[in-house]
Ligand binder design. Structure first.
Ligand SMILES: Cc1ncc(COP(=O)(O)O)c(C=O)c1O
Length: 375
């Protein structure tokens, strides 16, 4: 029996971090130490952003970004609809109203035309999502935002290492949020980061992310404001730093794996997410649209019986039970993508031909074609 094929595999071993971990245990400096400082510098250097801050996740990073922009209850925030629901959840949590913007069926990213049609004076920010790590169209959305004077938040949870027009994610939008969850290319267990080029926002973040303290008042911290703690500890910073040095090589390899899948699956009509000519996609997730005549759910189940882990692309946020009940504004293209996309395992050493052969076997076996009754 061949090995099970997992959807994602960590790019790091314990041995990679063991020495530095031991040093942290010896020193007792588990937080706010040299590794955290160095990781922040590394992120700035890598993304080209002027300011960077660490966070416990992309969710907390996005929440803080909205607070930083002054989003309050009753404001509207335009949100790319094809995303993990954390994107809209943070808007909702602040009492603001997510205005779901439909996506392009090929790139899976926010449609500039739909955004332009939905902009009103009530929209106080736009959240562009690099769907599955793909920043295609980010600069175009930025132009729409600039034209209307609306700040642009980039939900780059999946996009560390991706570029558009030669600029890395993190150095493009007004404020960018990353995730370091284990499904992401840079995995710190849980974790995240915020980058911005705005000095005033960086000042706000520096104080707020330090419980509201700014320097010292005698022996004490000087709490000039109230604030929060979403800090990433030293051990996580060690993991992040190690992987950042390998990221470009990992991205190059994932693109080679992607190409092999694209070539093998094209003959049966599997359409990969479209990547712009001026984009380097980190291929955080490799997602295809399944041809109309095939049942995506049945395919995922079939592959599971062959010990190949796959899943849907991502979610139509406006179609979740919560958001569809509350706003009744389901976006049709995002919903179509939720229902018809598949994420396949993509990393160095993945048995591409074995996975593709099973997909092709499924597609070509009699009785697999959808009937009206099976959707
Ligand atoms: C686009 C997007 N935004 C936000 C998140 C939330 O990230 P985290 O798990 O770091 O909070 C995810 C997680 O998958 C995501 O894919």
């Amino acid at each position: 029996m061949s090995e099970p094929v997992r959807l994602m595999r960590p790019y790091m071993t314990f041995e990679d971090v063991e020495e530095d971990f031991r040093a942290v245990f010896s020193s007792g400096q588990f937080t706010r130490g040299a590794h955290v400082d160095a990781f922040v510098k590394d992120i700035k250097h890598y993304t080209g952003a002027e300011h960077a801050f660490l966070a416990t996740s992309a969710t907390t990073a996005l929440w803080v970004a909205l607070k930083c922009l002054g989003i309050v209850a009753g404001d509207e925030v335009a949100v790319a609809d094809f995303s993990f629901p954390a994107t809209a959840n943070v808007v909702e949590d602040l009492g603001a109203i997510p205005v779901f913007v439909d996506v392009d069926l090929d790139t899976f990213n926010m449609s500039p035309a739909d955004l332009a049609a939905k902009i009103t004076p009530k929209i106080k920010a736009v959240i562009f999502v690099d769907a599955l790590g793909n920043p295609t169209g980010l600069h175009e959305i930025q132009a729409v935002c600039r034209q209307h004077g609306i700040p642009l938040i980039e939900d780059a949870a999946c996009a560390i290492g991706s570029t558009e027009r030669g600029v890395r994610c993190g150095g493009i939008a007004d404020i960018t949020c990353f995730s370091f969850h284990p499904r992401k290319l840079l995995n710190t267990g849980e974790g995240g980061a915020i980058t911005t080029n705005r000095a005033d926002w960086a000042d706000w973040l520096r104080v707020k992310l330090m419980h509201g303290a700014d320097g010292m008042r005698g022996l004490c911290l000087d709490f000039i404001d109230y604030g929060y703690n979403f800090r990433l500890p030293e051990l996580q910073a060690i993991m992040g730093r190690k992987q950042l040095t390998q990221l470009d090589a990992i991205v190059a390899n994932r693109n080679a794996v992607r190409q092999a899948y694209v070539e093998q699956l094209a003959p049966i009509g599997f359409m990969p997410q479209r990547i712009g000519d001026d984009v380097l996609h980190n291929v955080q997730s490799l997602v295809f649209r399944v041809p109309k005549n095939l049942d995506r759910n049945a395919l995922v189940h079939y592959l599971k019986t062959k010990e190949i882990e796959t899943t849907l692309g991502t979610y139509c946020q406006s179609g979740t039970t919560y958001f569809s009940k509350k706003y009744a504004d389901v976006q049709p293209r995002a919903m179509q993508l939720e229902a018809t996309t598949i994420t396949v395992p993509c990393y160095e050493g993945v048995p591409v031909t074995r996975v593709c052969d099973e997909i092709i076997r499924f597609a070509q076996s009699p009785g697999r074609a959808k009937t009206p009754s099976n959707g």
